[in-house]
Design a protein around this ligand. Sequence first.
Ligand code: 26Q
Length: 836
Amino acid sequence: MPRNKFIKSKPKSSIFILSEQGIKKQNFIDDFKQYYVHLLGRDENCRSPYYAGVALSQAIRDRLMERWKATHKTYKESGCRRAYYLSMEYLMGRTLSNAMLNLGITDTVTQAMYDLGIEMEELIASEQDAGLGNGGLGRLAACFMDRCATLQLPVIGYGLRYEYGMFTQIIVNGEQVEKPDHWLRHGNVWEIERLEYSHRIKFGGQTKFQTNAKGKQRVLWVDTHDVLAVPFDTPIPGYKNGTVNTLRLWKAVATEDFNLDEFNAGEYAEAVTAKIAAENITMVLYPNDANENGKELRLRQQYFLASASLQDVIAHWTDVNGKNFEKFIEKNCFQLNDTHPSIAVAELMRLLVDEQHLSWDEAWHITRSTMAYTNHTLLPEALEKWPVSLMQRLLPRLMQIIFEINAFFMAEVSAHWPGDLERLRRMSIIEEGDQQQVRMAHLAIVGSFSVNGVAQLHSQLLQQKLFTDFFALWPEKFNNKTNGVTPRRWLAACNPELANLITETIGNRWVTDLSELKKLESYAENPHFRKRWRAIKQAAKQRMIDYKKEKSEVELNLNVDALFDVQVKRIHEYKRQLLNILHVIHLYICIKKGNFEERVPRCVLIGGKAAPGYAMAKKIIKLIHNVSQVINSDPEVGDKLVLLFLPDYRVSAMEKICPGADLHEQISTAGKEASGTGNMKFMMNGAITIGTLDGANIEIREEVGDENFFLFGLTEAEIEARRDHYDPISIIDQDEDLQQVMHLLKSGHFNQFEPGIFNDLINSITSPFDPWMTIADFRSYIDVQKSVENAYRDQDHWTKMSILNCANSGKFSSDRTLLEYNREIWKLKPQSAKLK
Ligand code: 26Q
């Protein structure tokens, strides 16, 4: 379809060429006034910083527009190969300060606002987080978007525009209460609706076989209930390079006809119900970071994302190439962010076979050569499965295609392992049983040319355990891509004081080449440099204290010299926030017994959200609060030990927290945390990790050296070897400290007026079947925590460790990660967009 039919005669092209907007202070002042006064109708009497934030964001968005258009044009004209990142989650956080940083205008704009009497900090804080994700996986997608733009790679991010993002967590009586996050209520200046690129998505109905005049059989998917996918585009600026990539999020909208039909038949209520059902698809983000199996709406969301995105890519392809798909493989690549969008494998087959009329073999060759799958979990129970019956009802044509893919695949397996029925059963995309289920990970592996884990250990365990049969069949498909995070947001923007010191010392190349930080190593020996480093760290801690004090209703004994010990992440049993609490209780007992002479004051900060349906995780939050109440109100404890829960942990909270952390806890049961990315952010900001040999911790320790990492706990192999004779009760019996901790917990000391509320937690960790084996690691954790304190007491030495952590964090930049994805999977050529 020609896209600009509305233009009757060829226009003077000049009306569509944006004039370059100045980036001098006065330009921002003028534009800001224009938007604030004329567009938003506000003046100096406006009490909320929100509208000033919107006006400034508009002025900055204008500066992105021209670059955005130029980038688009560059990609189009070069006909370059492109990659598409398909993800159900993008945890973007705030945009304003990041956009300013990447455009290189932070200082000018801050000065402009200052001249207008406006505090930049307040404007930044008034922006809502775009919380369209749960945790690591969603934030990784956001870091990748930043990185692709900075590397000038032609990558489009595809996702869903949820009306409600991750819930806001409030705490009532120590318990998590979820409040809806209607982040779009006041509009979103960063997005642009592009109705003209909408697509129809089919649901339900049935399939029919039809033979055409040439005797060819086709499948028609008919009597469907269609929903419109409308794209909203957000600009993703690269770091000071003129490139602006696109994040395209789909919104579900009822189709006009489907409404009208019923409305005309006098069924007004039905028409409205149908409209609501259609639009529900992108209403809310599922707030759990593990599988919620079998929820129909979730499957609708997944298919909606996959179908809209693939249709978009194919529409663009046929616009340029007509029905010729010969070079499709050469020019396109799809990266699936976990199995969530993996129905894309079957959908691409449908689009190519049913709609573009390619043969099955041609379509399968294209699919298998363009799809790549990233796995983010080792928990077998978190692998996605969908009942065949549900798929047949909701996506009948897709289910047929999956059966067909599986039939060919089973033939391939039989040819490789003749007569090995057990292996066929294990590898099949369809799981047999009371209820047949589609194993989405198997579909993703069978349908793609690359399968990767997100840290070395994780990738190794995928090959040796979770997907061992697939690895035996196709070893060449498997690879590792250790995660990374963007140093623009996670150091330059969130910790400007430290960033300035680093730049002053080693120059500014580290911002785009983080391995440059290595140059800081020699400064770790310089007492003057250490002094400045420490002063910055202390100031960041003080800011955290001020912030906490401001928010807290009770008097807090926060001491800037205390060891700031932080664990912020989703609340999950495998992440073992409970182990942290057992240690806090142990310290409390030491204080009460007068055994705290040699120890250093410590402030333990824990934050994170629990999935609303995850009872154990919610109990952990309650326990943290109850323990904290007892400890923080005990005058004998004073500032020796403080335990704080940080409510509503999110991207913008992390930006405040990571500059002020001394110690970071990533203490998961070995073999359970795929990677972790918080560990990387803390490391960049000079925190030292206490951790198990799990996920990316292993590589962090390799980079920074054993002496600058606090290691404890069983290894993955030891955990597995111990599992069948695990006896937590006897471990408790043999450990006096642990006995005392468990005794205090069981005695109800922390729940005096709420009898029995922690029984489930106590039973779970004392059970020989505790999958997370918390008790097994208690002793080594406690001992290593003691050596943490010994190290902390020597402040000069600690500062050296802190500098060395930052200096060796180069590997964990998403720059390195993305270069690896590009070199080994996407194979894109950087495209430099030129402004005229
Ligand atoms: C699936 C089905 C239904 C509802 C929800 C889900 C769902 C949603 C989100 C399942 C999983 C997630 C998110 C997983 C996640 O964030 N995993 C983390 O990914 C990080 C980036 O690779 C790793 O660093 C973490 O180790 C991993 O836990």
